[in-house]
Each structure stands twice: as structure tokens, then as C-alpha cells.
Design a protein around this ligand. Structure first.
Ligand SMILES: [Zn+2]
Ligand SMILES: [Zn+2]
Length: 370
């Protein structure tokens, strides 16, 4: 309990500092429900605890968002289990946030109360470092990440700098929009980095939240391209979903693909598919790894078999605002239809366990009641 009391004291201090910078408003204050992580733990221990916290108050250029949906992402498993620990505790996880603007700071101009907006993994970047100036704010040394360095979406309210929120296209319900904000945006970035082109063969290793969106983008952008999907052998439901979404061939990780892959994206949390994808890769091809961490090492590579002939491996790190700004309208145009499985805020632990077991169908989304 001590940790939680400290947190409340700190949270009250932050709220007070924010209030000091703003004229007080009558409609602010009150509490909200949130699922918080208090320390690194195993997911099976159901570490997220439901608590009441003070409602956030916007700083000068910030907006407060009343959250209606928040996607459940594999990165939360990495945070909880300590592979990507939050920068402080307790932390409210969650970075696929959809809701409506509830309040705006004195200098915030971009949105009005009631606007529907989303927040993604990138919460803030400095805008001044060589990476930021080069359009690579995803690599900014001092960037902050939603649900890791700033409180995220497993709660009724959150606050963000207005420049890091995006309008949500009308085509999507709140629940359907949520997974677009990470699974979709980062999948889009991975697809771009893969150098897929029309007529080529794209391999997808793993078929969860991100891959099932990427296949829809690939089928739209590259109508003459083909997509080969590799899953764990027992993931029959993932394979059925891949078939429904137009996969041209489906097999198990470890299978030799019927044709060489011109490019491949690995969405899995484990090391082996990297080597498998390299083995199946065409000369000059590229494997993109769409994962923030791996739970086990990439196995030893044989230079001749896995790397020679100018094969490349490239990781995807985080996202930029541009990725989100490009992807959301494209997703509405296609339109992408994310497969979602809904949970209550209080069921976040159970959702994360299902995700870890590879049993989530499409993307998990917490539907957050008022
Ligand atoms: Zn994510
Ligand atoms: Zn920077």
C-alpha cells in the first residue's frame, strides 16, 4: 500500500503543479478508475490492480481525453515482465487509445471538446535532436512512450500534448479504431521498411493483431503480390483468419516456403522465426523484425545459408507521428476491418494472459465504461 500512497501523493503534486500553471476550472477534479502496474511481475500473477486515481488535468498545450477503448498490445507483456520496464511505478499501461476530448489546456488549439481522437505509442519527442530533425522521432533519445513513460489508456482518462493526438476517421467505431493505433501503425511502418512491391512475395511470421492488419494493407496496395503466412502449428484459428483475409499460402514456422520470399516481416515474440525467414528469403531480400523485444535470442546464423547474397535484417523501432497520420486515412480508405475481441477494463489481466498464450483472435481491446 505504501507504493500506492506515494503515488497518490506524487500524482496530487503533479496535478497541483498543472493547476498552478492554469486558471482553475470548476468542472475539473474528481477521480477515475485505472488498472495500474506497481512492479515488474509475471503476467500469470494478474499484476494489474484496479484503483481510483485523480483525474488528469491538462497542461498548457495538452488535452484530456475521456477514454472509450484501449487496445491490448504485446508490448504490455514486455513491460510487465521487465523486458521493457516502465520508467516509473505505478504506471498505467496501454498505448492504443481512443476517446473524446474532455478538456483542453490554455494554449491547446488543435482540438475542441467532444472531438474523437487517438493516441499511439509515441507520446512526446524533443523535436530538436538530429533524429527528430531528420524525421526519425521514433529514434529520439529523450522521447517518451505512452503507457511506459507517461500514463496510458488502461483508465477512464488520460492527458497528452495535442501534437501527439490524431483525429479518428468516422469509418471506425472506437473499438475498431483502437488496434489501428499500434498494431496498424507499426505494421504499416514494417511493411514500408520491408520494401514490398507489387508482384513480389511477402512472408508474414506470426498472425496476430499486427499481421492481420498488414495483410489487408498489402492486399490493397499490391494487388498482384502474394502473401505467405507462417504461424505456430497449433494456431488453427490464426490460420483460418489468414485464409479469410486472402493469404496465398499458409504454413507453420519451420516450413520451407513454396517459393522464395522477396521480403518478410517477423511479428513473433521469439527468436527462431528470424532465422527461418532468412532461410526462406530470396537473394537481396530483407527481413523486418516488428518486435520491441524477443523473449529468447535469435539462434546462431549460418553466414552462407542465412545472410550471404546480400540478405538484410532490419528491426522496427517505435513509430513516428507521420506513420500514424499516413496510416489512419489509408486504413479508412481500404477499409481495414480489424478483428477484435472485447474485454472490460477490469479484465485487462485476463486479456494479457490470452495474448501471451497466443489465443487472442485478432486484436484485444478494452472497452472502457464511463
Ligand atoms: Zn503496441
Ligand atoms: Zn529528438
Amino acid at each position: 500500500m505504501r507504493g500506492y500512497r506515494d503515488y497518490l501523493t506524487r500524482a496530487a503534486g503533479i496535478a497541483q503543479r498543472q493547476l498552478n500553471a492554469l486558471p482553475p476550472k470548476d468542472n475539473e477534479g474528481g477521480t477515475m478508475k485505472a488498472m495500474v502496474l506497481e512492479s515488474v511481475s509475471s503476467v500469470e500473477e494478474k499484476p494489474l490492480k484496479l484503483v481510483d486515481l485523480p483525474k488528469p488535468v491538462p497542461g498548457r498545450d495538452e488535452i484530456v481525453i475521456r477514454i472509450s477503448a484501449c487496445g491490448v498490445c504485446h508490448t504490455e507483456l514486455d513491460e510487465i515482465e521487465g523486458r521493457v520496464p516502465p520508467s516509473r511505478f505505478p504506471m498505467i499501461l496501454g498505448h492504443e487509445i481512443v476517446g473524446s476530448v474532455e478538456g483542453v489546456g490554455a494554449a491547446a488549439k488543435k482540438f475542441r471538446k467532444g472531438d474523437r481522437v487517438g493516441i499511439a505509442w509515441i507520446n512526446w519527442a524533443c523535436g530538436k535532436c538530429p533524429f527528430c530533425l531528420n524525421g526519425e522521432e521514433n529514434l529520439c533519445d529523450t522521447a517518451r512512450w505512452t503507457g511506459k513513460d507517461a500514463h496510458g489508456g488502461y483508465a477512464q482518462f488520460t492527458v497528452v500534448s495535442e501534437g501527439f493526438a490524431y483525429p479518428i476517421p468516422d469509418e471506425f467505431s472506437d473499438v475498431k479504431a483502437a488496434p489501428l493505433l499500434c498494431a496498424g501503425v507499426i505494421g504499416y511502418r514494417a511493411l514500408r521498411l520491408s520494401r514490398m512491391e507489387d508482384g513480389k512475395v511477402l512472408g508474414l511470421y506470426g498472425f496476430g493483431a499486427s499481421a492481420h492488419i498488414v495483410i489487408q494493407v498489402a492486399k490493397h496496395k499490391y494487388p498482384n503480390g502474394r502473401v505467405f503466412v507462417f504461424t505456430r502449428p497449433h494456431q488453427k484459428e490464426h490460420q483460418d483468419l489468414a485464409r479469410r483475409l486472402g493469404a496465398d499460402w499458409i504454413g507453420a514456422t519451420g516450413d520451407t516456403s513454396p517459393e522464395k520470399l522477396d521480403c518478410a516481416i517477423d511479428f513473433t515474440p521469439v527468436g527462431e522465426p528470424v532465422r527461418e525467414a532468412l532461410r526462406n528469403l530470396q537473394k537481396g531480400g530483407r527481413v523486418v523484425i516488428n518486435a520491441i523485444r524477443k523473449v529468447n535470442p535469435v539462434p546462431e546464423l549460418d553466414y552462407t545459408e542465412h545472410l550471404w547474397y546480400e540478405k538484410e535484417v532490419k528491426s522496427v523501432a517505435n513509430v513516428t507521428r507521420r506513420d500514424a497520420q499516413e496510416f489512419l486515412p489509408l486504413a479508412a480508405d481500404i477499409p481495414i476491418i480489424p478483428e477484435t475481441q472485447e474485454f472490460e477494463l477490469e479484465q485487462a489481466n485476463e486479456a494479457l494472459i490470452l495474448l501471451k498464450e497466443g489465443k487472442m483472435q485478432g486484436a484485444g481491446v478494452l472497452k472502457i465504461a464511463e
